[in-house]
Design a protein around this ligand. Structure first.
Ligand code: NDP
Length: 452
């Protein structure tokens, strides 16, 4: 049977674009790709990239008093949001152009339209046309979800935050995960009064407890009002502001409310279940270790599968999908020891098991140190950093590394290589320190602070 394409990809985000251009450019496959919105997906258009630029922008406010403490005669200024936003939009346009060009240069046919699945080998385009393909790859990503509380429609999500005409004076951020904590820090750094409601006892559930504790302390010390054990009960419009009643009975008025309460996979109305593709409880596409769905010709990668929802993971999944399907080299996706960073201020860099998860698994030693780094100590700032290793008593392997510090994201990338290679605590000990740095502590912690 002949098809229009060897591969048709639905979704032009990090995962979809990578799979399409590698399959076409490096294996000679005939590839089509449909994207209903902007090329680059969540990461480039409304996630990692604009977020990180906002992290940079917001970081300058705290540098002024630090610079003064170092002898600079400079004064705080005001933040020009419209000016910054204009440059941000231009940068995203540029990046989207690169994504389009990468596809075109690899010989991929791009369709600027929504596509759904008609049957195991056919996609339906919203233009009314259909295309057939030997393999279909679904890489449609996810979208923010908002809890079902009265007045929730008054709030924004991370999708809208980049497009605000003007910055609010005050904001309530709801949630305690990646997005909530990152934006609490970003917006605080831009001079906004930030309150954060989190329904649990401590923000950043799932990360190492000690790291979460230090980030919460640092965020509170910087002036972010984190209220744990608290959620939104009801919201109402009050003039051009938003009145919020909390589960603890508090009533407060904010200029803006942002929900960062998780994301769900983009699978509704896609024709997936009708074709035989199995979906999980959150609507995620259920796949095997090779990203293959219950329909053998249909694969899925990235956030739509709700495995580890990170751009580099989606890209990895794309690469091994191409190895498996187009290079005759079936390769399972490796989701073990994925390093990641939360871009709070200070950042959290993490790889491997938290102390809490590791001690459920086996006897461990914990090496941990928290201190005021030289740069902020000299400036009289209270910020502390954390360097922590969780080590197996039996194999001596480092099971987890957790760093809370400025640029922890940069540090954990490098620590991640050693840990992925199976480095032991003694391998860390044998590595000579780079002095004077914060990260030298990771190779100079001699005695465990506890065993468990
Ligand atoms: P997360 O799953 O990380 O966090 C969602 C938060 O919302 C949790 O604190 C959760 O609470 C809370 N929540 C969920 N439902 C409700 C509700 N009904 N009422 C109140 N609170 C609620 O999702 P995010 O949206 O922050 O981010 C989505 C994903 O995107 C992340 O998991 C991550 O994979 C990725 N991401 C990665 C980044 C990075 O690498 N730096 C940055 C941003 C996003 P509870 O803990 O109790 O469940």
């Amino acid at each position: 049977m002949s098809f229009d394409y060897d591969l048709f990809v639905i979704g032009g985000g990090s995962g979809g674009v990578r799979a399409a251009r590698v399959a076409a450019g490096e294996t000679g496959a005939k590839v089509g790709l449909a994207e209903e919105d902007r090329y680059g997906g969540t990461c480039v258009i409304r996630g990692c990239v604009p977020k990180k630029l906002m992290v940079f922008a917001s970081g300058y406010s705290s540098m002024v008093d630090e610079a003064q403490a170092y002898g600079w005669d400079i004064q705080p200024g005001t933040f020009d949001w419209p000016g910054f936003r204009g440059k941000l939009e231009a940068e995203l346009d540029r990046l989207e152009g690169i994504y389009r060009k990468l596809l075109a240069n690899s010989g991929v046919d791009s369709f600027d339209t929504r596509a759904t699945i008609k049957d195991a080998h056919t996609v339906q385009l919203s233009t009314g046309e259909t295309r057939t393909a030997k393999h279909i790859l679904v890489a449609t990503g996810g979208h923010p979800v908002v809890p079902d509380v009265p007045g929730a429609e008054l709030a924004i999500t991370s999708n809208e935050i980049f497009h605000l005409k003007k910055l609010p004076k005050s904001i309530l951020i709801v949630g305690g995960g990646f997005i909530a904590c990152e934006f609490a820090c970003i917006l605080h750094g831009m001079g906004i009064e930030v309150m954060q409601y989190y329904r649990g006892a401590q923000i950043l559930r799932g990360f190492d407890d000690e790291a979460r504790g230090l980030i919460a302390t640092d965020m509170r010390e910087s002036g972010i009002d984190i209220c744990t054990g608290t959620n939104v009960l009801e919201m109402r419009k009050q003039g051009d502001r938003i009145w919020v009643k909390a589960t603890n009975g508090d009533e407060k008025v904010f200029d803006q409310v942002m929900f960062a309460t998780g994301r769900d996979p983009n699978t509704s109305g896609m024709g997936l279940e009708e074709t035989g593709v199995k979906l999980g409880r959150r609507g995620e596409i259920v796949v095997d270790d090779y990203s293959q769905t219950a329909v053998p010709s249909i694969y899925a990668i990235g956030d739509v599968t709700n495995r580890i929802n990170l751009t580099p993971v989606a890209i990895r999944e794309a690469m091994v999908f191409v190895d498996t399907v187009f290079r005759g080299n079936p390769t399972p996706v490796d989701h073990d020891l994925v390093p990641s960073a939360v871009f709070t201020q200070p950042e959290l860099g993490t790889v491997g098991l938290s102390e809490e998860d590791a001690r459920e698994q086996e006897p461990i030693e914990v090496y941990s140190t928290s201190f005021k780094p030289m740069q902020s100590s000299f400036a009289g700032k209270p910020d502390r950093v954390l360097m922590k290793l969780v080590v197996s008593q039996k194999t001596r392997k480092v099971l987890g590394c957790h760093i809370v510090a400025p640029a922890a994201g940069e540090m954990i990338q490098l620590a991640g290589i050693a840990i992925k290679m199976g480095a032991t605590k003694e391998d860390f000990d044998q590595t000579v320190a780079v002095h004077p740095t914060m990260s030298e502590e990771i190779v100079t912690m001699r005695a465990p602070v506890r065993t468990a």
